[in-house]
Design a protein around this ligand. Structure first.
Ligand SMILES: Nc1ncnc2c1ncn2[C@@H]1O[C@H](COP(=O)(O)OP(=O)(O)O)[C@@H](O)[C@H]1O
Ligand SMILES: [Mg+2]
Length: 248
């Protein structure tokens, strides 16, 4: 399945946050979205996921969702959004329960994603017993269990400490490569974008416009890609900072 955004514009009241953003996410692609703080990344993701109706433009899909897909566009939240009174397994089952699956289908999906996220040994644990990195793995397991056509990730590592972030970034790379998931990955962290994504869309400062699109090959040097991404958004980030000061 392909997801297309055409000429998206959005304003919150009098504040324009997105202006004429178009993009296509191909099946199997990990598409990064970067840009200075406040440029409209989360807004764009909410529009892509159908949570927010844009002031202008359209969102559409073509092709068929993957086999067994229960929810085409599925979110992974920065703050994990787990239910504290449910175990790891209970949280993973949460997104499946409304779908009336057979017991065997339910069990098969749960086991697969627990294995993919290395949570099998922790299925009976409660969120409070887990580290931040493990909690986010539960968030990802829950999202993968519905076999989404597109996984929408909004700064999924930004609530974690630096070491955990590096660890999980490696796990994401493996997971994305093996689970054949399509992902829109919003981040302000350029090394995450360089390491994880096939293609990165750099937005300008608010109102966000597509400034540049960078394709990343498997053989590319990650630190060079990161430097390139920084050279693209550096001026935007600096200008966004100055505008914040001017607005005071
Ligand atoms: N619900 C809302 N109502 C009003 N303004 C909002 C709302 N959500 C976000 N904004 C503002 O819109 C701009 C873009 O926000 P957001 O999409 O969250 O940016 P980003 O994720 O790139 O940091 C910011 O200036 C933010 O303060
Ligand atoms: Mg955001």
């Amino acid at each position: 399945m392909q997801l297309q955004l055409r000429d998206i514009g959005h304003a919150y009241g009098a504040l324009p946050v997105l202006d004429g953003v178009s993009m296509t996410v191909e099946a199997g692609e990990i598409l990064g979205i970067i840009g200075p703080s406040g440029c409209g990344k989360s807004t764009l993701l909410a529009i892509a996921g159908g949570l927010l109706k844009p002031s202008r433009g359209s969102v559409s899909t073509t092709g068929v969702p993957p086999a067994g897909c229960l929810n085409a566009l599925t979110y992974v939240f920065q703050d994990f959004a787990l239910l504290p009174w449910r175990t790891v397994e209970g949280n993973v089952r949460l997104g499946l329960e409304p779908h009336g699956l057979s017991a065997a289908d339910m069990r098969g999906r749960v086991e697969l994603v627990l294995a993919q996220t290395k949570l099998g040994d922790f299925r009976a644990a409660f969120p409070r017993q887990l580290s931040g990195g493990m909690r986010q793995r539960v968030g990802i397991a829950r999202a993968l269990a519905v076999r989404p056509a597109v996984l929408l990730m909004d700064e999924p590592l930004s609530a974690l400490d630096a070491q955990t972030r590096l660890l999980l970034m490696d796990e994401f790379a493996t997971l994305f490569a093996t689970s054949n998931t399509t992902v829109i990955y919003v981040t302000h962290n350029l090394s995450e974008a360089a390491r994880l994504c096939h293609r990165v869309i750099a937005l300008s400062r608010r109102p966000g416009r597509v400034k540049e699109i960078v394709g990343i090959g498997e053989a590319d040097d990650i630190s060079l890609v990161e430097a390139l991404l920084w050279s693209i958004i550096r001026d935007e980030a600096a200008a966004a900072d100055r505008e914040l000061i001017d607005a005071r």
